[in-house]
Design a protein around this ligand. Structure first.
Ligand SMILES: NC(=O)c1ccc[n+]([C@@H]2O[C@H](COP(=O)([O-])OP(=O)(O)OC[C@H]3O[C@@H](n4cnc5c(N)ncnc54)[C@H](O)[C@@H]3O)[C@@H](O)[C@H]2O)c1
Length: 302
């Protein structure tokens, strides 16, 4: 599948990466953004993604930036929405998209947390509304969670998964439209325990990162938790859960520890301290290490 007309709503962090990967797969991508600043910087950001991945310079010619939504969304097969995370805005955009596109155009939202059920609730053709949760940066991280809500048709899911596979992504089918989908639920289950351990003085934040990166994280890119359970035996997992589960943190709201950090302005790299301490140099080193690692993985896969 290539050469389709695809709309992207929002030229920000996620929108530009989604546009890049779809154009790299041979599609014509029209990006709508009302902000002149984001439209004007789009080319430069796309070029830096291309340079990082060593992509064909011609692919940038398949992406155009648009000030107005109607001409950008005309005759599109898919639209990916990556506008700010505000429900009324997304609902308004989807209502406009329903008027501007054919009933067969698939309307996908990249929302991190808002269920696509809510985003599409006022539409007439709700079978074509689907969640596509890309991970940042979308042109480097292969996973896309394709979330089917109660109204999304199987055909919409199948077509979306096929498009994404053709663009070199690893789409997964999430069969219920639940908060956090799958990836963020797993990630935040881990963070809840990590924060509780630091708050209880069991270890410091640096140690948490070392345990994950040097321990089970070192094998996670090739061994998922279900594979790992089967590798060691489900019976061993049962034995461990019998001892451990009752002792794990079960907070149902953010702990005072994390609320105090935010209240004290300890927000992370951008303020010099969060859970760990940062200098501009050490923060940049982490960003560069991550970018290079992901780009190497993406190039190996291509
Ligand atoms: N940043 C992440 O790590 C991440 C990961 C997964 C999903 N998401 C989700 O993706 C979406 C976009 O996030 P982002 O990080 O790219 O934000 P961003 O702020 O970088 O980009 C948002 C873009 O939307 C544009 N915009 C503002 N109003 C608009 C409108 N009325 N119509 C169209 N565009 C408009 C802005 O000008 C901006 O370019 C959000 O729903 C977010 O939750 C973000």
């Amino acid at each position: 599948m290539s050469g389709l007309n695809i709309g992207v709503i929002g030229a920000g962090l996620m929108g530009h990466g989604i546009a890049y990967l779809l154009a790299a797969a041979g599609h014509n991508v029209r990006v709508y953004d009302p902000s002149a600043q984001w439209r004007e910087s789009l080319n430069e950001r796309l070029e830096s993604a291309r340079a990082l991945l060593g992509g064909d310079p011609a692919l940038l010619g398949r992406i155009s930036a648009h000030e107005h939504m109607a001409p950008a969304m005309k005759d599109t097969a898919f639209v990916f929405e990556a506008a700010p995370e505000k429900l009324p805005l997304k609902q308004q955009l989807f209502a406009e998209l329903e008027e501007l596109t054919a009933p067969t155009t698939i309307l996908a939202s990249n929302s991190s947390a808002i269920p696509s059920t809510r985003i599409g609730e006022k539409l007439k053709h709700r079978e074509r509304v689907v969640g596509t949760h890309f991970w940042n940066p979308p042109h480097l991280v292969p996973l896309v969670e394709v979330t089917q809500n109660e109204k999304t048709s199987d055909d919409t899911v199948a077509r979306t998964m096929a498009l994404l596979r053709g663009a070199g992504r690893n789409p997964v089918h999430v069969k219920k439209d639940i908060p956090g989908f799958v990836g963020n639920r797993l990630q935040h289950a881990l963070k809840r325990e990590a924060i509780a351990l630091v708050a209880a003085g069991v270890c410091d934040a640096d140690t948490i990162d070392e345990v994950v990166k040097s321990g089970f994280g070192a094998r996670m890119a090739v061994l998922g938790p279900m594979e790992q359970t089967d590798l060691v035996g489900v019976d061993l997992t049962l034995d461990i859960q019998n001892v451990l589960l009752a002792d794990l943190d079960r907070s149902t709201e953010p702990t005072q520890f994390i609320k105090d950090k935010v209240a004290a302005g300890k927000l992370g790299m951008r303020t010099g301290e969060g859970l760990r301490k940062w200098t501009p140099q050490s923060a940049d080193a982490v960003r560069e290490r991550l970018r290079n690692f992901l780009a190497d993985q993406a190039k190996t896969k291509a």
